[in-house]
Design a protein around this ligand. Structure first.
Ligand code: ANZ
Length: 976
């Protein structure tokens, strides 16, 4: 018999750990334990098994294997006594996980009955990192699992898949350091993630598992790239990129923090390089407009709008002057959103990376400009444009002509202008733009006011006025333009009209959104299916029939430091022949960025094994769009924007039937580590209350364990000295803080159902929450109470009973009311994704049920169904004990009957001689006599009423019962 089926002793009954023969390594113990017959299982062995389990020596958590028993003993002494199992979760959970796996309970067949409604609920699939699952993962996964289980029970066809976003830098970095192939590391991590997810009882259809690194999958990622290429949406360009010499690779903006690489902290510079780009900007308008219809958090929609950053303005040409002040053929085109201020443009600024800068710069200024360019190349865009940063720049030594005023104005080079936005050049209007004002003031450039506030108010001196208003100082009849007296809006319109007429500019809409840099100089990514003819260098797409273009094997993954990707080392792979011309060619050695595979995976889940198409049309039509998509807010912009872009391209070419991929997106909040308490101490070691000083930084800090802390109002104070207020802080879980909670440990100690329930009960799903171990104990106790209510208490030797205690009796009205109230609340709260309050409703029900003498089967069965999306293992076990041979996964979810929901009782205050002494719960139409009888039976009220002479009773039905005692006789009575 499998050991997990053996009834285990609760810990307090276990003998002390003294037996020296139990020196098993984690590898040798498990197979041995599986072969044990019950008769071989001595209590001391069980104790040992559970001790090892608790300390992660085998099973899912092997990270803390103990080499000797004494170490375990030592740790045992230091740790609190093991928690007593509230119910046998360690038997139930593996049993039902095996059942679901063997019966493929959650398989969504390929040929579902499409007349039924569908529900596609998706998690943002994880990157299988070496660290394994984090407690943050199960938060979203439990929520989607509850929804999936709930909808299945409501008769929907549910698609609830899981897969791996498995290309990525960490596995490649590890490969560089250790020589282990990234595929090996990745597959190992995937296996760990999968078994961890299975141990939490998630109802994924594992038959649909996909991984972005499998050629059958990335064949279609490459196919999409070819479709983009065909439509001119993928192109090559020389673009300045974030080049990290130490990593020998180009980094995406989000991988650069404060001028250094996010991973490793190496310096990053800007360097032009040939890159593949995807023209997401061609979809900017549609990406913006279609946001309005989505049921997404407003904050994400706003972030996407800002990221797309649509602005309307004009492009205007400024003619460059030679050293004698004569006009040359060279023009600088600027982008401005304020053409109305053009007469106030007293200088131009070009970005340090402005392409024709070198042909503008005067000989005298060349050295300082080049030096400045070098400094700017080491700064990130964010650093350069930060408002607070002091403005820097150099004069180019050259002038241009303001086309409206006709005046010569200096051309400066400054890094607050970015080469990648607009035209990379601006007309600077220091009177009306704060950055220009700061710059002009620093470098003594004239400031010319051309806009006055509409309401005639004065402009604050020493500051730019950036608002709109009435135009002044803006007329030049020589060029035929007079905008004085016009409003900013009208003036802007007139300037654009004028510029278009004289051929010096045009109206222009600009986007902050940049085309997507779609190449990385890395090995561990999808090969880009393009070849280059050796003779002409012409690029040609790989034929669709040749896909997938698989990654060649490689044993040296190091970038060679020149920007040549590691794939260039796979010489025989790189060298190829163009099949149509027979000419020698070389393959593209850049690979796709990590975002590629995650852009469209939700489509593949609909039809994961299709080798002819990315997704079958009918299947796509049925399952699209994803109904609920849950993940972290960190993907609010890039992942969601990139997949929306690809989806729209696929829509345009008829592969998908909806304009948008994800109908509803929900961000789960983050889980912060356990609250840490700190007390401040002065140099003499005396505690200082946290509210008593402005600057606590000068005091010593002492960490205070939770047992010494008590809450006082909104604050936390020392238990033994409530005058000392403490600092309470929760931090993001991180290895360096040592506050990471491993879900495996929670599962082995409390069970998966407790972890699921706890993560849902911690607080509103979308909010940030702090981890608190005593909170798990709370929900674990609730599950234990539920178990004991239905199954009964453990037998005298600690084992749990078989069967249940339910009876076949007809339920009472009170029981029906409690049940239907619970059904209504749980249903409403799941639908509103307010899982925490759904759990509270179940807790209330269990509390009520403990007061009943009998537990009728009809009531308990319905409750077990309600519980099942949250705590599926326990629910399945109870369901089977209630006499059902099959899984409950497809049983109908109970429906609340409104007849039982009407509140039929009221709380009636009871007064004795006009003073409220308590309340009683009565039926709405309750008579005076019944109310009085109930009051006399009430524990609190009876002492005022029993045996006391009553003068009068005043009863207002449904409102109050006032009993007036006969005072004289009371006294007399009390003497007797
Ligand atoms: C003159 C002007 C006068 C401007 C004024 C603003 C206020 P958004 O709305 O973000 O599109 N600009 C243009 N290209 C730039 C670049 N590459 N780097 C930094 N700044 C750039 O902003 C457009 C405005 O930002 C443009 O309008 C330009 O300054 C500046 F009273 O032109 B404006």
């Amino acid at each position: 018999m499998n050991l997990t089926h053996t009834k285990l002793q609760p810990f307090p009954h276990s003998p002390p750990l003294t037996h020296p023969t139990f020196l098993f390594s984690s590898r040798s113990l498990l197979p041995f334990a599986r072969n044990l017959k019950p008769a071989h299982v001595s209590p001391s062995f069980l104790y040992k098994k559970l001790t090892l389990l608790r300390y992660g020596c085998f099973g899912v958590s092997r990270s803390r294997t103990r080499s000797s028993i004494s170490e375990v003993e030592e740790e045992q002494k230091q740790k609190p006594v093991l928690v007593k199992r509230a119910y046998p979760f360690d038997e139930i959970e593996p049993k039902w996980q095996r059942y679901w796996e063997q019966n493929r309970t959650f398989r969504t067949p390929n040929d579902v009955d499409t007349s039924k409604p569908k529900f596609y609920v998706l998690d943002m699939f994880p990157y299988p990192s070496g660290a394994g699952l984090h407690v943050g993962h199960p938060l979203g996964y439990t929520a989607t699992d509850i929804l999936a289980r709930f909808k299945r029970m409501q008769g929907y066809n549910v698609l609830h898949p899981m897969g791996w976003d498995a290309f990525g830098l960490p596995a490649e970095q590890y490969a560089i350091e250790t020589g282990t192939h990234p595929k090996l590391t990745t597959l190992r991590n995937i296996n760990r993630f999968r078994s961890q997810l299975k141990s939490l009882g998630f109802s994924y259809d594992w038959d649909r598992e996909i991984s972005t690194i499998e050629p059958e999958y990335y064949k279609w990622t490459q196919w999409i790239f070819l479709q983009l290429l065909k439509r001119g949406l993928a192109y090559q360009a020389e673009v300045p990129v974030n080049w990290c010499p130490a990593l020998g690779t180009v980094l995406a903006n989000e991988e650069v923090v404060d001028g250094v690489s996010e991973r490793g902290g190496h310096p990053v510079i800007r360097k032009p390089m040939r890159q593949w780009m995807l023209k997401i900007t061609a979809y900017a308008d549609r990406l913006l407009e279609d946001l309005d219809e989505l049921d997404w958090p407003e904050s994400i929609k706003e972030m996407q709008r800002n990221w797309i950053g649509r602005s309307e303005g004009a492009e205007v040409e400024f003619c460059v002057l030679d050293c004698d002040g004569r006009e040359t053929d060279m023009k600088i085109t600027v982008y401005t959103t304020r053409p109305d201020t053009i007469f106030g443009a007293t200088y131009l600024v070009v970005a340090p990376e402005y392409t024709v800068l070198s042909s503008i710069v005067s000989t005298e200024q060349r050295d300082s400009v080049e030096e400045y360019q070098g400094i700017a190349s080491r700064k990130s865009d964010l650093e350069r444009t930060e408002l607070q940063k002091e403005k820097t720049g150099v004069f180019s030594g050259c002038y241009a002509k303001n086309p409206t005023s006709g005046e010569p104005i200096p051309i400066w080079v400054a890094d607050y202008v970015l080469g990648s936005y607009g035209t990379g050049a601006i007309m600077a209007v220091p009177a009306h733009d704060a950055r220009d004002h700061e710059f002009a003031s620093k470098f003594n450039i004239p400031i010319k006011w051309v806009v006055t506030p509409n309401n005639g108010s004065c402009v604050e001196s020493g500051k730019a006025y950036s608002g709109e208003g009435i135009i002044v100082n803006s007329s030049n009849l020589k060029v035929g333009l007079d905008i004085n007296g016009l409003s900013s809006k009208e003036a802007a319109y007139r300037v654009i009209e004028w510029a278009e007429k004289v051929g010096k500019g045009k109206k222009k809409v600009n986007y902050k959104l940049r085309d997507w840099l779609f190449a990385r100089q890395r090995y561990w990514g999808e090969p880009i299916p393009v070849i280059f003819l050796e003779d002409s260098g012409e690029s040609l797409p790989v034929l669709e029939s040749e896909l997938p273009l698989t990654l060649p094997e490689l044993d040296d993954f190091t970038p060679n430091g020149t920007g040549e990707p590691p794939l260039s080392k796979a010489v025989s792979w790189v060298k190829t022949i163009d099949p149509s011309s027979g000419k020698p060619a070389t393959r593209e050695t850049n690979t796709m960025p990590q975002w590629a595979g995650s852009c469209w995976y939700y489509l593949r889940f609909m039809d994961p094994k299709n080798s002819n198409e990315l997704v079958d049309k009918a299947k796509e039509k049925y399952w699209s769009p994803v109904d609920v998509y849950v993940g972290g807010a960190e993907h609010a912009v890039l992942h969601l924007l990139y997949s929306r872009f690809w989806h729209k391209v696929l829509y345009d070419i008829g592969v998908v039937s909806t304009k948008e991929p994800f109908k509803c997106v929900i961000n789960q909040g983050i889980i912060l580590g356990e609250v840490q308490y700190t007390a401040c101490k002065d140099t003499d070691g005396n505690y200082i209350s946290a509210d008593s000083a402005d600057d606590l930084g000068e005091y010593l800090q002492e960490n205070i364990p939770e047992e010494r802390v008590v809450k006082s109002g909104e604050f936390f104070v020392l238990k033994d000295n409530p005058n000392i207020r403490l600092i309470a802080r929760a931090h993001k879980m991180s290895k360096s803080r040592g506050n990471v909670v491993n879900p495996d440990d929670v599962v082995s100690e409390y069970g998966a159902d407790s972890l699921r329930l706890y993560e849902m009960f911690m607080g509103p799903f979308r909010d940030s929450k702090t981890w608190n171990t005593s909170g798990i104990e709370g929900v674990h106790r609730f599950l234990g109470r539920t178990w004991r209510l239905i199954v009964g208490s453990p037998l005298h030797h600690g084992a749990f009973r078989d069967g249940t205690l339910v009876t076949d009796e007809e339920p009472t009205m009170e029981q029906l009311r409690a049940l239907h109230k619970c059904i209504a609340k749980v249903t409403e709260e799941i639908e509103g994704t307010r899982f925490n309050t759904g759990i509270s409703a179940m807790m209330e029900f269990i509390n009520a049920a403990y007061k009943w003498d009998k537990q009728p089967k009809a009531i308990i069965e319905a409750f077990v169904l309600l519980l099942s999306p949250y705590a599926p293992h326990m629910a399945e076990e109870l369901w089977s004990r209630l006499g059902h041979p099959d899984s409950m996964a497809y049983e109908a979810f109970p429906k609340a009957d409104p007849a039982y929901l009407k509140e039929s009782t009221v709380v009636l205050p009871v007064q004795i001689n006009g003073k409220t002494r308590g309340t009683i719960q009565v039926e709405k139409g309750c008579s005076e006599e019944d109310a009085f009888t109930l009051a006399s039976q009430d524990e609190k009220l009876s002492k005022y009423l029993i045996g006391k002479p009553i003068k009068k009773r005043i009863f207002v039905p449904g409102k109050i019962l006032n009993v007036i005692l006969d005072r004289q006789n009371v006294k007399a009575g009390s003497i007797q």
